[in-house]
Design a protein around this ligand. Structure first.
Ligand SMILES: C[S@@+](CC[C@H](N)C(=O)[O-])C[C@H]1O[C@@H](n2cnc3c(N)ncnc32)[C@H](O)[C@@H]1O
Length: 236
């Protein structure tokens, strides 16, 4: 049980209040870029994969969408549920524990969105803890994203959209061709230059080795990185 000495981290965004529990990703620049490019419609069925504290899911519910949010970290699931209660949308957001699409077998959505873990992680350097779950995207950074893309056609209604963020060093062209291979029509709907992520410095050589589209400087320490918000639409 939390004591008065533990402190409580709060995040206020667009008039909503979010508690950020221990072990749950604090909203960052990537979270805000992601939320800025999600247009929610009343009545739409929305799935957020990897909800963390539940920002996008709760904003969607406040806009009148019917939302399912998932996460593999139990603390995140509990935190997003508590935030749904706190923001008066507990009847519109179902938060489920589980890996990627496992908790939504057989369900379809108008919008699937995710700001997934995507930091390339050298072999042997992954860990089994909530911070790693929030950041590490497998050896090439695409591990969760590839599964989100491959599963999307099965879980999207005709005309539905998959929207996700990527670091530019994962490859804009790669994102386009992965979406096309899944039968989705790709489009970049947002981009922003942000500070280079701190954990990126500790694995910079590894990231450079994957940067086949050449977005990072080949020498010296990068100070910034571009991020994209990518959409894949399922044909009607
Ligand atoms: C980069 S954080 C984003 C959190 C929040 N959506 C945001 O934008 O701030 C990625 C989230 O995905 C969750 N996650 C990692 N692997 C997952 C998986 N296989 N299935 C579902 N969620 C996963 C992590 O626990 C974490 O909460």
């Amino acid at each position: 049980m939390a004591s008065a000495d533990d402190g409580l981290l709060l995040f206020v965004y667009r008039g909503a209040l979010f508690k950020i529990a221990e072990g749950v990703q604090v909203p960052k620049a990537g979270t805000l870029l992601f939320c800025r490019h999600l247009a929610f419609q009343p009545g739409e069925r929305v799935l957020e994969l990897g909800t963390g504290a539940g920002l996008a899911a709760i904003l969607a519910a406040r806009a009148g969408s019917k939302v399912v949010a998932t996460d593999v970290v139990p603390a995140a699931v509990a935190c997003a549920r508590e935030n749904a209660v706190l923001n008066g949308v507990v009847d519109k957001v179902e938060v489920k524990l589980g890996d990627c699409y496992d908790p939504v077998a057989g369900l379809t959505f108008d919008l699937i969105c995710t700001n997934p873990p995507q930091m390339p992680t050298p072999t042997g350097r992954d860990r089994d803890d909530p911070v790693a779950a929030a950041d590490n995207g497998g050896v090439n950074g695409w591990e969760i994203l590839d599964r989100a893309i491959r599963g999307a056609p099965r879980h999207l209604a005709p005309g539905g959209r998959l929207i996700f963020t990527i670091f530019a060093f994962l490859g804009q062209k790669a994102a386009m061709s992965k979406l096309e291979a899944a039968g989705l029509v790709p489009r970049i709907i947002g981009r922003e230059v942000q500070a280079f992520p701190r954990i990126g410095y500790e694995r910079l050589d590894h990231i450079r080795s994957l940067d086949v589209e050449g977005v990072l400087p080949r020498t010296g320490l990068p100070t910034t990185v571009e991020r994209f918000v990518v959409q894949g639409t399922k044909p009607s």
